[in-house]
Each structure stands twice: as C-alpha cells, then as structure tokens.
Write a protein that binds this ligand. Structure first.
Ligand code: SF4
Ligand code: SF4
Ligand code: SF4
Length: 273
C-alpha cells in the first residue's frame, strides 16, 4: 500500500475556510478513540488556514495556506514514541494513540511544524489523523478534502500516477527539517514589485510606460496598464534594479530593490524631458 499524501494548490484556494470548519465538524464532540479523541471546540486547528498578505495598499496580494500534520516519513514524534503510543499506519498516516499516549505532553512539543496540540483536559497530545477512522470505514477522502469545493486540496496514494503528476514541481514546508513531509504545496506565489506611473503636471496616469526589472543579468519587462499600474509577479528573492521609461519623460531608476518582501513603489512621478 502506498503512503497517503495531501497536495494543496494555492492558486485554486479561495480562502473559504471550509476545510478548517469540516475538520471541526468531524472531530469536535466526536470520539474515534483510539485513533482520535474528541477535538476541543476552541484552541486546536488540526488543519489551520493561514492568510498571507503581501505588499502594501493599494498593491496587495493575499493567499491562503492550509497547514496540518504533514504525516512525515521521519515524524519527530516517532523518535520519542514509547510502547506504540505514536505509530505509523501501513498507509503512512501518523497516529497518536488516544489511549496509550495519555500524559505525554512532550509529544505536543516535539513537532517542528507546530502541528500537535496539548489537550490539558484529556491529558493528551492531539493532531490531524488524516481522518484514518473514515478511511478504515471505506471512505476515500478525509473530511477536509471532501469539503474543498475548488479542488485546491487533494488526497491520495503518493505512488498513484495522478498524485505523482500533482506532486511533481510541488514543494513542502520547511524542507530543512529533513523529515520528508507528505503535504505538498503547488503554486506558492513568489514576490512582486509593483507601482503606478503618472505625469505630475497633467495629473494623469501614464499608460504604456515601459518598465524593466533587472536581476543579475536577467531582464523582466512590462508596460503600465490603463490605470498606470505595473506588476512584476512571482519574482525570486533577490536584488533588482527597476527602470521606468516613457517617451518624452525622464527615466526614473530604482536601484537595489530587495525582494525579501514584496515591493510597492507607490506612485511614481515622471517629469517631462
Ligand atoms: S508534522 Fe509533526 S507531528 Fe506531523 S508527522 Fe511531521 S513531525 Fe510528526
Ligand atoms: S484529514 Fe481529517 S483530521 Fe486531518 S485536518 Fe483533515 S479533517 Fe482534520
Ligand atoms: S476548503 Fe479548499 S478552497 Fe477553502 S480554504 Fe480550504 S483549501 Fe482553500
């Protein structure tokens, strides 16, 4: 049996939070011991949709990234498991045994992804189970995946050719942990440089101005649109020089822009020559 994996496509996610709600609906107040004791109503998100806002108004880009237990090949909890209180199923899902793991607070602190929560009331570390209780009863999909209306969240055997196609070119969170996570992310957006070009005398935007961005000999080119706006999207982290040019105007140059964060150059005035 292949290992189960999740693939999340950021480009398809609407940020509806249905996956987060579906997990709550499935697990809050429902006891699937020993696979999963009830998830508390508050304080835990076995899948948590995180919102990322990049840039500054009005040049802003928002994307959403659901995060959950990665069901890693080298789960950090397995390394400290005792008497089967944490185990990997044949299908690869990592389970904290809700009966055997009572009192193991150290399990909640061992995950470098912050995917494990401590339930003081139950004296138990808890996390996403991959909805193993559903899979064991013939269901093909975990609740969060089933509820994703846009197809952003996918689930299946890692070896399945369709999953392989999705996984190719995808990335994992914090690969430096070396734990081999099995939640894969597609289309994580890069950084952007944006701005609006205008003529301060005419008090009008300049349409069709040519904008060049140069990074280490690599050239990116675009033109301002009908609102005078330009965007360079999906840039790598690096240092860029940007040249804003229009016929009859003096060129504006921005040297050494660092794209560790997205860059909004704001309103750029071009003086007449
Ligand atoms: S995300 Fe954390 S708890 Fe889940 S498998 Fe990886 S190390 Fe273990
Ligand atoms: S797989 Fe199940 S337990 Fe895991 S986040 Fe999705 S709904 Fe919650
Ligand atoms: S249900 Fe799907 S579209 Fe909605 S937030 Fe979750 S992954 Fe994104």
């Amino acid at each position: 049996m292949g290992r189960k994996a999740f693939v999340f496509d950021i480009a398809k996610c609407s940020g509806c939070y249905c996956c987060q709600l579906a997990c709550k609906d499935e697990h809050c107040g429902n006891d699937f011991t020993p696979i999963a004791a009830p998830q508390p109503d508050i304080g835990q998100f076995w899948v948590k949709v995180k919102e990322y806002v990049k840039g500054s108004a009005p040049k802003v880009a928002i994307h959403y990234v659901p995060q959950m237990c990665n069901h890693c090949e080298k789960c950090a909890l397995l390394a400290i498991a005792k008497d089967g209180d944490v185990y990997r199923r044949e299908d690869g899902l990592i389970i904290i045994d809700a009966e055997k793991a009572r009192g193991r607070k150290d399990l909640a602190e061992a995950c470098p992804y912050g995917a494990v929560y401590w339930n003081a009331e139950l004296n138990l570390a808890q996390k996403c189970t991959g909805c193993a209780h559903l899979l064991d009863n013939g269901y093909k999909l975990p609740r969060c995946v089933e509820m994703c209306g846009t197809g952003a969240l996918q689930f299946g055997d890692e070896d399945d050719p369709e999953m392989q196609d999705l996984i190719e070119g995808a990335t994992v969170l914090q690969p430096e942990t070396g734990l081999h996570p099995r939640v894969y992310y597609r289309n994580i957006p890069g950084k952007f440089i944006a701005g609006t070009v205008y003529d301060p005398e005419a008090k009008e935007v300049i349409i069709g101005a040519r904008v060049r961005a140069i990074n280490g000999g690599k050239l990116y080119m675009t033109n301002t649109d009908e609102y005078g706006d330009f965007w360079f999207k999906d840039l790598a982290v690096g240092v860029f020089d940007v040249y804003v040019e229009a016929k009859g105007y003096k060129t504006q140059v921005f040297k050494g822009l660092r794209t560790r964060e997205c860059v909004n150059l704001g309103d750029i005035a071009l003086e007449k020559e």
